[in-house]
Design a protein around this ligand. Structure first.
Ligand code: NAD
Length: 370
């Protein structure tokens, strides 16, 4: 059997800095856990535009389609702000998502105990939190037709259309149920079935998929506005939340901030299974290219490292190794190692650099072997 394959796209700004630390982690798993990946690296975003005049070449797109998983750093930066929309760095990322048909966006909201005080909510409400938001990513109101701004009589009218087919709902529901089976086996589906027909269909289809294929998973339904309230009141009541593109956009940002820091948040975007059974997959930190700190060794690499942990779990079915890596990050935080973004007012304390944080994770991985 050939080694599992990875395409690494570090991108712009702090992307290459945090990805360098992920490379250390990948090498560690190769040297110590017998997990050797075939790793290729390429350009995406502004750096691809600089080299090729496009934020993603066809050749890179082909590589992304062929590998088991893509790992992306971040794209964008002020240098590219004045570019035409069609060649902006973000277009590279959007092309990857669209052509790989990555319809399920997984955003974990996990609160490491050592960082519970970073949340704006009370310690007890968030300490130990571990929930997963599954957001439909390729349909719904951001894509539905008709759309536009038209003139009606004396005024303009803005139009967007919420549209979901049964199959679009069913496939993201399946992704959520499959995930729940690897976690606490509970799914809460959120929509607005009280006021939207697409919400009624969403609720029906999620229930049908559940009854036919996943009766062992506990399923509940909640209106998305009530869900937002419950997420801030007592988020630990949830395990997996599945919701549409628009509500997922809002609810995943809300859930993410329960945990405090942008530098700690990983994500995965998954599509249909490939011939080898693995899903099409793109893993990336939630944060952007952070131009304000790029090139200074200040970036927190944990979000990107934890994105690789998600790849281990969801692309390669290596849940134990993913847990090993997540626990290594947890240990580093518990030991008090902090990049600047994770420091509140520790007077006189020197923040760890990006590389020091990565090295501390490697040391914790090494200790996990003992
Ligand atoms: P950002 O996430 O890059 O930064 C927001 C703030 O968080 C900044 O102060 C930054 O220093 C800090 N931050 C972010 N990641 C950090 C990390 N790992 N460690 C420590 N601090 C971190 O968002 P922004 O400033 O709105 O956008 C900057 C650029 O990134 C823009 O060009 C934007 O379009 C792009 N962007 C890209 C993505 C992506 O690639 N997926 C996502 C969001 C924004």
């Amino acid at each position: 059997m050939s080694n599992p394959s990875l395409l690494i796209l570090p991108g712009d700004g702090i992307g290459p800095e945090v990805m360098a630390e992920v490379r250390k982690v990948i090498d560690w798993f190769g040297a110590n856990r017998g997990l050797t990946f075939d790793v290729d690296e390429d350009l995406v975003g502004g750096c691809a535009y600089d080299a090729h005049g496009t934020p993603l070449t066809d050749a890179t797109m082909e590589k992304a389609q062929a590998v088991d998983a893509v790992l992306l750093g971040a794209v964008g930066g002020p240098k590219y702000d004045s570019l035409d929309f069609s060649v902006k760095p973000e277009r590279g990322l959007l092309r990857l998502r669209k052509e790989m048909d990555l319809y399920a966006n997984l955003r974990p909201a996990q609160c490491f105990d050592a960082l519970a005080d970073f949340s704006s909510l009370k310690h007890d409400v968030v300490a130990g939190l571990d929930i997963m938001i599954v957001r439909e990513l390729t349909s719904g109101v951001y894509f539905g037709e008709p759309r536009g701004i038209v003139r009606e009589g004396n005024e303009r009218v803005g139009i967007n259309t919420q549209r979901y087919t049964e199959s679009e709902i069913a496939r993201v529901a399946r992704a959520a149920f499959e995930l729940a089976r690897k976690r606490d086996n509970r799914v809460c589906s959120m929509e607005k079935a009280n006021v939207m027909e697409s919400g009624v269909l969403w609720r029906d289809v999620v229930q049908e998929v559940h009854d036919a294929e996943y009766p062992d998973v506990e399923l509940s339904h909640m209106y998305a506005d009530a869900g937002a309230m419950q997420l801030t009141r007592w988020p630990k009541q949830f395990d997996v939340i599945v919701t549409d593109n628009l509500f997922g956009d809002l609810l995943s940002d809300l859930a993410a901030m329960l945990t405090g820091s942008l530098g700690m948040l990983p994500s995965a975007s998954l599509g249909a299974p490939m011939a080898n059974g693995r899903p099409k997959a793109l893993y990336e930190p939630v944060h952007g290219s952070a131009p304000d700190i790029a090139g200074q060794g200040k970036a927190n690499p944990c979000a990107c490292i934890l994105s690789f942990a998600m790849a281990l779990r969801y692309s390669f079915d290596l849940g134990e190794e993913a847990t090993r890596l997540e626990q290594a990050v947890q240990k580093v935080l518990a030991d008090g190692v902090r990049t600047a973004d994770l420091m509140q007012s520790e007077a006189g304390a020197t923040p760890a650099t990006t590389a020091q944080m990565g090295d501390a994770v490697i040391a914790a991985l090494q200790a996990s072997q003992a």
